[in-house]
Design a protein around this ligand. Structure first.
Ligand code: NAP
Length: 324
């Protein structure tokens, strides 16, 4: 099969198309013909080996895993012995787990892994972009932030992948949602359901006097220190992005009854927890309450261009790579 492979950290050009052995599903496993996957910000950090924290997971001097890809949609091609939940021809979506590998024509996943039938309401491109961003935003808001109905939520980076799901889950959880984005994305963020939008080029939310119960920085553009004045007395600030400052503040404030600055590593959750959440996300997608926004779709042969586009940090929602 053909796969996107990288063997050294570097610019988009380190991504090559290679012929590699097609994996064989073992007992309890499923072989999926991948239709689509995404290039996420995490993929590009792992490809660059930057920031340095990415190397703790991707490999210190060179990549440990050569084919990336954290989410996929596709069709079941073959099943291993003992597989009862899926059959050949089923349309599916999911996350392959810690070995990644969705940037290829085929991926193997256990039937007990983070895999479900594709929602009928989404096409293959949309279904591929559903798991990762949604499985980040939902646990951040519901479990780390303990966001409650009627509370005020501010989402920074509301036009990105995690942030666009953050706005939608904020509404699902009953919050009054404000999205922070640039002017070109105001319409998009409003269409996702945000009650208010702050164009960060026109207004500094830290200076307008408004307070929020939860501030969710989906892209690491701010800090607990700069946002404290915009939090209520028991408000929670959360960042998806690791930094010395958020780790320090997490240790200092996690048990506090006052303002807290927290980080969470949602990607490291147990597959059982993720799968349960994906079932909820699937149901919300079928009801039309959650929808991934697709910015661009690149064919597999244009993966270098796709990485270069995501590298700019300006993608809107999700960037999809098609493998069919
Ligand atoms: N902790 C975890 O478990 C976990 C899990 C998954 C992902 N993550 C992290 O989550 C982060 C977000 O990933 P993502 O894929 O959602 O990012 P993304 O889609 O690449 O974010 C890009 C978006 O951010 C907007 N943006 C850029 N600067 C901004 C600013 N100063 N204020 C507001 N918006 C701004 C851009 O639009 P404009 O430039 O037009 O504003 C663009 O729409 C990554 O750093 C990733 O590592 C963490």
């Amino acid at each position: 099969m053909k796969a996107l492979v990288y063997r050294q950290f570097g610019p988009p050009e380190v991504i090559k198309i290679e012929d590699v052995p097609t994996p064989e599903p073992k007992e309890g496993e499923i072989l999926v013909r991948v239709h689509a996957s995404t290039i996420t910000a995490v993929d590009t950090f792992f490809r660059m080996g930057k920031p340095f924290s990415a190397r703790l997971a991707a490999g210190l001097t060179k990549p440990k895993i050569h084919t990336q890809g954290t989410e996929f949609s596709g069709v079941v091609e073959k099943v291993g012995e003992g597989v009862t939940r899926f059959k050949v021809g089923d349309k599916v979506m999911g996350e392959p787990g810690p070995n990644f590998g969705a940037h290829a024509e085929y991926v193997v996943i256990g039937q007990d892994g983070v895999i479900l039938h594709k929602p009928e309401s989404l096409n293959f491109h949309e279904a591929a972009a559903l798991p990762a961003g949604a499985l980040t935003a939902l646990p951040f808001l519901r479990d780390t932030g303990r966001l409650e109905a009627g509370q005020k939520l501010l989402v920074i980076g509301a036009s990105g992948s995690v942030g666009s799901f953050g706005v939608q889950f904020g509404k699902y959880l009953g919050a009054e949602v404000t999205g922070v984005c640039s002017g070109r994305n105001v319409e998009l963020v409003t269409s996702l359901g945000a009650d208010h939008v702050v164009d960060y080029n026109l207004e500094d939310f830290t200076k307008n006097g408004l307070k929020y119960d939860v501030i969710f920085d989906a892209i690491g553009a701010s800090s607990f220190g700069t946002c404290r004045g915009s939090l209520t007395s028991r408000g929670v600030y959360m960042s998806t992005t690791i930094s010395f400052s958020i780790l320090f503040n997490h240790l200092l404030t996690a048990k506090s009854s006052g303002q807290r600055g927290l980080i969470s590593f949602t990607g490291l959750r147990a597959k059982e927890e993720k799968k349960k959440d994906l079932e909820l996300i699937h149901a919300l997608a079928e009801e039309g309450r959650i929808k991934p926004y697709i910015d661009k779709v690149f064919p597999m042969g244009d993966a270098v261009a796709a990485h270069a586009y995501v590298d700019k940090g300006r993608k809107r929602g999700n960037v999809v790579v098609s493998f069919v």
